[in-house]
Design a protein around this ligand. Structure first.
Ligand SMILES: NC(=O)C1=CN([C@@H]2O[C@H](COP(=O)(O)OP(=O)(O)OC[C@H]3O[C@@H](n4cnc5c(N)ncnc54)[C@H](OP(=O)(O)O)[C@@H]3O)[C@@H](O)[C@H]2O)C=CC1
Ligand SMILES: CC(=O)C(=O)O
Ligand SMILES: [Mg+2]
Length: 752
């Protein structure tokens, strides 16, 4: 259980710089195209909701974004564990929290950085923002000011005010501890707890644990001055005093001897292996400081293999991080138009999280993580990408809020609410997450054929540094070094394996192999030498054929059809061999596969049936249950046209084949994708909107994909080459670094 993902500073900066500075933008949800739209959205139409809200303030939840809008507010005085770096420097974290709100719970959030360390200033500023938001999430404001600020705002505001570092952290810590103690066979009322870090997170964690049964006399809190004991005067405040222990211990080192639980919300490296060695049997260690924990899991396990260890990071098992809490706590609170997030709602959240980790983990979650997760020492808390969180946690929070009287609009039908929560989530994100996790598991050696292209090099570096596997780059060493240098990736040169025909000891066997394949197709030995030694697409394919790599990515510098014809020298990847190209279009939370986008020019009914079968395989590999529509400009035989005949015939070919997926046709795209229009054809065998569109020819495939990409801004993955015995993926000349990386990931987890 080691940390595999290595993020470099360059990558972190590039992520924040591209494609646009920062991490989010704001998009309208209503049309604003015509004069009429303008009249409705703005003057004079807007006057009507203005008056309605003036007459009945509660209607702001109906006519404005207030009800689904949270402010993420910081003054930057305790940015993660980095300390007081100021309001402006906190912006990347706050933008990040805003994006997490959206990604995980479909809550709109914006970040607001306030340039003041004065509690009264902050209270005044935030209180004045009340009308705008459905909730206030305070973040990375240091103790003790954070306690005063939150308390006062709760008193004066009529929407939830929640300091994430206090309560978000406490809730997740409690959820993890419930399960860790169950696994170590200990009871919260009996365990000796040492908590390091007496700030926002520390005070809130200990308070919540005490309210859940931890005994005051069993808990010792420490800060930079050591143990907080009764009678201590230095560095104290009223919040620390409430937890002062009656103990002779004065240092963290002394307090740790015989402790059952260590909770760290302090700073990197605050705990030593010696301290961990001195703990009781089966110790629980939550080293939650970010970005670097108090002690790493490797260091803790080296001295105590019996320890259950969690950190705040996503690259180790057991991520105890408030990301599991704030999106869902606010989702539940907003959905009941709550006045507050109270203790009962927090405790309900902790119990729901703990219970979810003990449930059987569905395959789609295991798929998303690339490994089977089951309740145990390395899985004490759900993982942030668990798709069940959105429909399990908010209902528990909402119910607790309703039971304790903070709901302004209670939920009447909980089942309908759960369905609504399920539909909020974007399925495409979990698909991408899934293939990345599977690739990480596969650890494939990926051949990047075009080592002279800076995009390809950046993707190769990212592939390796993301812990996805080993990158092998085809190119001349000096050229690769120079391009890496220009891309600001000088160090990467030592990490990548650079291969070319001049340096490989395998050239002769590659040539023999190629000659055997092509000698009867008009190629003489001279041609073969040129192909094997000088064409990097052929050379890279030969490497793959000889097992000198597990997958191949190419095509970023040449036209796909040309690259495919070169690869065909080495592999049987023609239409007649059953090869097919499938392109995934991701847009507005929907995913549709279009095929054949690469191999068949003008497929006949038998080819179309094969294309459907291959695309269904790709869909299943992506975690989708295939529903194939053979699309045309006619629907079920009307209008009659020679061009549509083959689309009419293709489903009949499948009828005779007894395949195990849904298919139907021919039909127009709107019938395929829009259930209301499909309802006009009650005999239609598809049980839902199609997710695979088999199109009549390669030109229609290309036109539809590019139209969606250019007009709608859809994300395009592919074409994914399938039906070829080795994982080869062909990018396009317009592929970005991220597109190329995605292709490598698809090859690594053999989606094709
Ligand atoms: N995993 C998660 O979800 C979360 C983790 N955290 C992490 O917790 C830490 C604290 O955050 P927060 O409470 O907001 O910050 P605060 O500034 O409010 O509090 C920090 C506290 O930590 C103490 N401290 C700092 N360094 C040490 C040290 N080396 N040994 C002992 N105590 C120390 C300080 O002591 P003193 O009072 O003497 O100055 C203070 O009490 C950060 O690393 C943060 O990343 C926070 C929120 C969520
Ligand atoms: C996770 C978080 O909020 C922090 O470390 O501050
Ligand atoms: Mg924080």
């Amino acid at each position: 259980m080691t940390s595999k993902t290595r993020i470099t500073p360059e990558e972190a900066l590039a992520y924040h710089l591209e494609p646009k500075p920062g991490k989010y933008e704001i998009t309208p949800t209503t049309p604003m195209a015509t004069q009429r739209d303008l009249s409705l959205a703005y003057s004079p139409g807007v006057a009507v909701p203005v008056q309605a809200i003036a007459d009945n303030p509660a209607s702001a939840y109906d006519y404005t974004v207030k009800g689904n809008m949270v402010a993420v507010i910081s003054n930057g005085t305790a940015i993660l564990g980095m300390g007081n770096l100021g309001a402006l420097a906190s912006k990347p974290v706050m933008e990040g929290k805003a994006v997490l709100f959206k990604r995980f719970a479909d809550v709109n959030a914006i970040d607001i950085e306030l340039d003041s360390e004065d509690a009264d200033d902050i209270i005044k500023a935030v209180a004045m923002m009340g009308p705008t938001f459905g909730g206030i999430n305070l973040e990375d404001i240091k103790a003790p000011e954070c306690f005063i600020i939150e308390q006062r705002l709760k008193e004066i505001m009529d929407i939830p005010v929640f300091h994430d570092d206090q309560h978000g952290t406490a809730v997740i810590c409690a959820a993890g501890l419930i399960n860790a103690l169950e696994l170590s066979g200990k009871k919260i009322g009996d365990v000796r707890i040492v908590l390091n870090g007496a700030g926002a997170a520390g005070i809130a964690c200990l308070e919540l644990l005490k309210s859940m049964g931890a005994k005051h006399d069993n808990c010792i809190m420490c800060d930079t001055k050591g143990v907080i004991y009764q009678g201590r005067v230095e560095g104290m405040n009223q919040w620390k005093s409430a937890h002062a222990a009656n103990t002779p211990h004065r240092s963290l080192e002394q307090a740790m001897i015989g402790a059952d639980v260590f909770l760290g919300v302090s700073a990197k490296g605050a705990v030593t292996p010696e301290m961990v060695s001195s703990m009781a049997e089966n110790p629980v260690i939550f080293a939650m400081a970010n970005p670097d924990p108090e002690i790493t899991p490797e260091e803790a396990h080296a001295v105590r293999p019996d320890a259950i260890v969690a950190t705040g990071r996503s690259d180790y098992p057991n991520q105890v991080n408030n990301v599991l809490g704030f999106p869902y706590l606010f989702r539940g609170a907003l959905d009941i138009h709550a006045r507050a997030i109270n203790d009962e709602m927090k405790i309900a959240c902790a119990h729901a999280l703990a219970a979810l980790a003990r449930e059987d983990v569905p395959d789609e979650v295991a798929m998303a993580y690339g490994r089977k997760l089951s309740f145990g020492r390395d899985y004490i808390i759900p993982t942030p990408f668990d798709p069940r969180l959105i429909y399990v946690i908010p209902p528990a929070v909402a119910k607790a809020g309703m039971d304790t009287g903070v709901a302004r609009r209670p939920i009447v039908d909980m089942n309908a609410y759960i369905l609504n929560l399920k539909s909020r989530m974007d399925p495409t994100a979990s698909i991408l997450q899934g293939i990345h996790a599977r690739a990480k598991q596969a650890q494939a050696r990926m051949i990047f054929a075009e080592g002279d292209d800076p995009r390809v090099l950046r993707a190769a570096v990212a592939y390796q540094r993301a812990g996805l596997g080993k990158s092998i780059v085809v190119g001349r060493e000096l050229d690769v070094m120079e391009k890496l240098n220009t891309a600001g990736l000088t160090d990467a040169h030592r990490e990548l394996e650079i291969v070319n025909a001049a340096t490989t000891p395998h050239l002769e066997s590659y040539r023999d192999f190629l000659y055997k394949r092509l000698q009867r197709e008009g190629h003489d030995r001279q041609d073969i030498h040129r192909l094997a030694a000088r064409d990097r697409h052929v050379f890279a394919a030969l490497m793959l054929a000889h097992g000198h790599g597990d997958g191949l990515v190419t095509g970023a510098t040449r036209k796909s059809a040309h690259v495919l014809s070169l690869i065909n020298h080495v592999f049987d990847a023609k239409a007649t061999d059953g090869a097919v190209g499938v392109t995934a279009l991701l847009h507005k939370g929907k995913i549709v596969l279009i095929t054949d986008t690469l191999v068949h020019e003008w497929p006949e009914p038998d080819d179309l049936a094969n294309i459907a079968i291959k695309a269904a395989g790709v869909a299943r590999n992506l975690g989708l249950e295939p529903r194939v529509a053979f699309v045309s400009f006619s629907t079920f035989g009307y209008p009659v046209s020679e061009r549509a005949t083959k689309m009419h015939a293709a489903p009949k070919v499948l009828d005779a084949m007894n395949v195990d997926f849904e298919y139907e046709g021919e039909m127009t795209v709107d019938v395929a994708l829009n259930p209301e229009i499909a309802a006009n054809y009650p005999f239609n065998r598809l049980t839902g909107p199609a997710n695979i569109l088999v199109v009549p020819a390669r030109h229609s495939a290309s036109i539809s994909v590019k139209l969606m990409q250019e007009m709608a801004g859809a994300t395009v993955i592919g074409p994914i080459l399938t039906g070829v015995p080795h994982p080869i993926q062909i990018c396009t000349s317009s592929s970005t670094v991220n597109d190329i990386l995605n292709m490598a990931v698809l090859a690594a987890c053999k989606v094709g």
